[in-house]
Design a protein around this ligand. Structure first.
Ligand code: ATP
Ligand code: MG
Length: 380
């Protein structure tokens, strides 16, 4: 297993070719069970680095997500960013522009979504739509343009404008990292079918998404051009294989972790006058505590117990970020529950025991104990 994400990174030199990219890549893993421990570990590290990023407030960070429909953007965002502290992260979903947005330049609506220093903005779709659907459907042709701009290569100019925009942001304290979840046409069809077949997923159905498959090749060309024309060292693109949701989530966790490591945030040192003065109050504060005692040591974040509950519908590990691990591990399995019934429970239990074996404190709830007893009974 190769932990490097270099293979998926486009930073200006390497060319992305949709034909040569395997959306079903699993990076040498056999299955999601092998990935879960690294995933949990990455989330913990991300969590700690985010605390520092927020405390330090030096630089803002934007993660841009682009993908064909049903590639799993929402799931990736939910699982990878779920453990971050809400005060330092915000998601923005960019849909078809409103008439007000349409009456401005295409970058106008993004300014107010940029993160303050120390925070993270997640762009669930972005200005890249303007060189994706905008290019495929030639949407710019519906816009009114001043006479002097008639006949210009609008899309060609946008690649250049976006590169400059991101460079400007980089130079003024905001880093933009872009992630393209690359799902195959076959896998997209499978996911659409399951949105039709599985009642729980019906709400995700969209006829438009299905019809859009007609333009698949044109979209792939647009994604290729987007990556090749807007990748830079400072604002790289990552093209992530997305046919296996758990793998995409793992890779995105690596990307987020790697980005934060590169930014290398640290808690600011407060040794100024204010600190000196606070020190003078220290003893008075202790004296004001009823029993005059301080705790021996602060609890380790890592040692937080996790509580697990399993029922027919869902598997949840309570406490961050282990909850997400279970979801990552179990996510697709949840959907199959009506077909497979009990296999879910077994998988849930093995996930839990794996976590327990690798040193996570697992608190067994009544449901789990019952599930274990039941499955033991079955085995005889
Ligand atoms: P989900 O379907 O998971 O709720 P979504 O991101 O697909 O999330 P939708 O409302 O279904 O949300 O789709 C948003 C649509 O908005 C996409 O089809 C996208 O192409 C379109 N869109 C986003 N930005 C632009 C833009 N600048 N110009 C035209 N269309 C855009
Ligand atoms: Mg949609």
């Amino acid at each position: 297993m190769n932990r490097s994400i270099g293979k998926y990174r486009y930073a200006g030199r390497k060319k992305f070719s949709a034909d040569k990219f395997d959306p079903a890549d699993k990076g040498g893993f056999q299955g999601r069970e092998e990935a879960v421990l690294e995933f949990v570990d990455n989330l913990k590290k991300i969590n700690r680095l985010q605390q520092k990023l927020y405390a330090e407030r030096k630089e803002g960070l934007v993660f841009v997500f682009q993908a064909m429909d049903a590639a799993g953007k929402d799931g990736v965002i939910r699982t990878v960013f779920n453990t971050l502290s809400p005060h330092g992260v915000k998601e923005y979903c960019f849909k078809v522009p409103s008439s007000e947005e349409m009456s401005h330049d295409y970058l106008w609506r993004f300014w107010s979504a940029l993160p303050p220093r120390g925070s993270i903005s997640i762009f669930n779709r972005s200005y890249y739509e303007d060189v994706l659907v905008g290019r495929v459907k030639e949407l710019y042709k519906n816009q009114t343009w001043p006479d002097r701009l008639k006949g210009t290569d609008v899309i060609g100019q946008r690649y250049h404008q976006i590169r400059e925009y991101e460079k400007y942001l980089y130079e003024t304290g905001t880093r933009v990292v872009k992630i393209f979840l690359n799902v195959s046409k076959d896998e997209q069809a499978r996911r659409f079918v399951s949105r039709i077949d599985v009642p729980k997923k019906n709400w995700k159905l969209s006829l438009n998404d299905i019809k859009e498959r007609e333009y698949w090749d044109a979209y792939m060309e647009a994604f290729e051009a987007m990556v090749n024309r807007t990748s830079t060292k400072e604002s790289p693109w990552y093209v992530v294989p997305a046919d296996h949701k758990w793998y995409a989530r793992l890779i995105v966790s690596r990307i987020v972790l790697q980005t934060l490591k590169e930014m290398n945030p640290d808690y600011p040192v407060n040794n100024g006058e204010e600190f000196e003065q606070a020190m003078q109050y220290r003893q008075a504060l202790i004296d004001s505590i009823t029993d005059g005692k301080l705790p021996d040591s602060l609890p380790e974040a890592d040692a937080l117990p996790i509580e697990v509950s399993i029922d027919e519908e869902d598997v949840r590990l309570f406490s961050e970020p282990d909850a997400i691990a279970a979801e990552m591990l179990m996510g697709e399995e949840f959907q199959k529950i009506s077909e497979k019934g009990r296999s879910l429970k077994k998988k849930g239990l093995s996930a839990v025991s794996r976590l327990a074996k690798s040193g996570y404190k697992v608190k067994y709830t009544d449901e789990i104990i019952k599930a274990v007893v039941d499955s033991d009974k079955k085995k005889g």
